[in-house]
Design a protein around this ligand. Structure first.
Ligand SMILES: [Zn+2]
Length: 343
């Protein structure tokens, strides 16, 4: 799912980051401002700079994943509660805290947070079982998720959501983003994404899971998914899983396809740019639909049947996760802005 985790205030608070910026300016005066801007908000307009090449995905006209993507975006365009694509959100002027749409979005987020917490815990357990992740990691992650109890609206965050490890009970939400997610399904999916970052915590509890999900998506799609992208993709996958579980828990008159599409349709962008941390929005959808073929099948109106993809690879064999002690300070600098804030 594509929305950008960052915290502008933290950027300005962090001496480490300022130092990094100065260093970059000293090293590469022509590229530094672009690099930093790209890290935080990759769609300031136009195509990504050459230093941020777009990942490529194999695209076939009759590819079933492509058709599922088309179905998602068609649903979005017909849905009165459809989410605003994030490139459209990004082009909008700032929205004051008191704007009725931002207030409504905040109320929606606050109302859905308890359910999102419970569903993230359940979906995380399912996914971790599928990938043979150690129980102790899931217990620690669960405790962190269940402790989240606050949504903080923030005008400066605009079309982004963010978490900070120094305030692990709060999800920060840009007001444009709060207003742009008009359905419960869209909101619960984004909440689940942020809760998954919090679940990972300072200890990187979920990194073995992130690596395995990223590796599987690479095998299925041929896309290069490295660096921070496996974590972001796994957060999006949990978002889609949680949205589906939420739909099952709250039956209604609306079509399943429409409700499901809301979980990922904010990725229906025209301007498909990205940064180093995320797959592009459309490639995020491709990866999610490849990882979760049932989702795509249901969006295309074929409930309970999986997409007829080529034989997916068998699940990864059980591995012993390696605990990495490296990446010191990475969360204090620009490397992981959504987790910045160790101070
Ligand atoms: Zn994220």
């Amino acid at each position: 799912m594509k929305f950008w985790d960052l915290n502008l205030r933290q950027r300005f608070k962090s001496a480490a980051l300022v130092s990094l910026a100065l260093l970059l300016i000293a090293i590469a005066p022509g590229a530094s401002s672009v690099a930093l801007a790209q890290d935080e908000s990759p769609w300031k307009g136009g195509a990504p700079p050459p230093s941020q090449p777009r990942e490529t995905a194999p695209v076939e006209e009759d590819n079933i994943v492509e058709r599922a993507m088309g179905a998602v975006c068609l649903e979005r365009s017909r849905d009165p509660l459809g989410s605003v694509p994030i490139d459209v959100m990004q082009a909008r002027p700032s929205l004051p805290l008191a704007h009725p749409d931002a207030v409504a979005g905040l109320r929606r987020a606050e109302r859905l947070l308890p359910q999102a917490r419970d569903l993230v815990v359940a979906s995380l357990r399912d996914l971790s079982s599928e990938y043979n992740i150690e129980e102790a990691r899931i217990r620690a992650a669960t405790a962190r998720v269940l402790a989240v109890n606050k949504i903080e609206p923030d005008v400066e965050l605009r079309d982004n959501a963010s978490v900070i490890l120094s305030t692990p009970r709060t999800i920060y939400f840009g007001t444009i983003f709060l207003a742009g997610l008009q359905s419960d399904e869209g909101m619960v999916s984004v909440l689940a994404h942020e809760l998954t970052h919090i679940a990972d915590g300072r200890e990187d509890s979920l990194h073995p899971l992130f690596r395995l999900v990223g590796r599987r998506a690479t095998t299925l799609t041929g896309m290069r998914i490295v660096g921070r992208r496996p974590e972001e993709l796994t957060c999006d996958l949990l978002g889609a899983m949680v949205a589906r579980a939420y739909i099952e828990r709250t039956p209604g008159k609306e079509a399943l396809a429409r409700r499901l599409a809301r979980a990922i349709e904010h990725n229906c962008v025209e301007e498909d740019g990205t940064d180093e941390a995320h797959l592009s929005p459309r490639n995020t959808m491709r990866a999610l639909l490849a990882l979760d073929p049932t989702f795509g099948s249901e969006v295309m109106g074929n409930p309970r049947g999986a997409l007829n993809l080529a034989e997916p690879p068998s699940l990864p064999v059980k591995t012993r996760p390696r605990v990495r002690k490296t990446r010191l300070n990475s969360r204090q600098g620009s490397a992981r802005p959504h987790h910045a804030g160790a101070n």
